[in-house]
Design a protein around this ligand. Sequence first.
Ligand code: APR
Ligand code: PHB
Length: 397
Amino acid sequence: MGIVGAGPAGLLLGHLLHLNGIDSVVVENHSREHVIDRVRAGVLEQGTVDLLRAMGVGAGLQRTGLRHEGLYVSFQGLRHRIDLADLTAGKAITVYGQNEVVRDLIESRTATARPLYFEADHVAVSALDSSTPVLRFQHSGTDHEVHCDFVAGCDGFRGICRPSIPDGVLTVYERVYPFGWIGILADAAPTSDELIYTYHDRGFALFSMRSPKVTRLYVQVPPEEPIENWSDEGIWNEILARMTTRDGWQPNVGHIIQKAVVPLRSFVAAPMRYGRLFLAGDAAHIVPPTGAKGLNLAASDVLVLARALKAFYERGRTEWLAEYSDVCLRRVWKAQRFSWWMTSTLHRFPDATPFDYQRQIADLDYLTSSRAAMTSLAEQYVGLPMEVSYESAGLHV
Ligand code: APR
Ligand code: PHB
């Protein structure tokens, strides 16, 4: 199996295949340090946590992951708690940086001694509609040519795998939002144990964390806003203006360790397969980060793919490979809908009318006062069921 990309999708797939005795080569064009240090989102669904633990890569998660059984939605100066665990029979989310997940998976991969190439150049895939697709790359000046049974395109939104599919095969569904986020990591002890999603007249803001000493915060800004336009003081002023509640709650202010602009986009390319190339994770779909679904969708995709590959190698079955895209897309579209809804409900849209504004407030009022509405949010936030279970698939994890 050729795997392009050592993000969560590629590394998780590589490890699932390893546990099931299937060989793979993972090829990544960035350095190990870059892949680990990249600051990304950090919310793991219950099913993703269960999968990582079952695969034996849950030690770091166990040590420093923060289990959250609830979250807050804040608007008009009031915070409303949604009790995720109570509404979902005990499920929760875990806050654990994606870069930590990637670090743990790289360590596990390295321990298996299976091939993982960083800083690969000229990565290319070809002969995708033949029975032996080819993965080519250059590493430390040496040309490599791997003749694979299958290739997994786990190379993210800007990778080379999706563009290697001939024109006319894929249908692309896309929505670009008229805003982005600035995300910061701050040297400041979190003042809430749980995440706070805030809707404010000045725009969306989100309070999260990485550790008992580091707060993670996001604020809605105009699209493609240059980060240079934002001084640290300007960012804090905006955060405090949006997040301070009537009871005086506000985040602690501290030194900003890292800041960056995050774009918001919804995107699906279908089908997620062409010949013997299978797309997984961000290579096939992007969600706006409001629902925190990106990494979790990558995990559910590769579980479906690993099940199908195992059935192929052990029993010669091809049905699950044929169904891969349809099975993944069912869950992907539900997460797309949820992420779009969270985004639409919590952001200020530049063209919104007073009617839209009142409707949004009513939406939030309903959400935070109806047990049915809170249950709907909770079951999606902790994660809808994975389309396949590893037990029933006979997958060793
Ligand atoms: N050759 C090899 N590797 C590549 C290439 C290429 N031409 N292009 C991109 N890559 C690598 C990237 O450097 C990255 O490490 O593929 C990897 C893709 O990883 P991610 O972008 O993290 O995507 P994925 O593994 O699908 O994980 C989805 O990541 O983008 C976040 O929020 C998203 O949480 C979600 C998760
Ligand atoms: C994060 O902690 O980075 C985070 C949390 C929730 C989101 C997005 C990002 O919806």
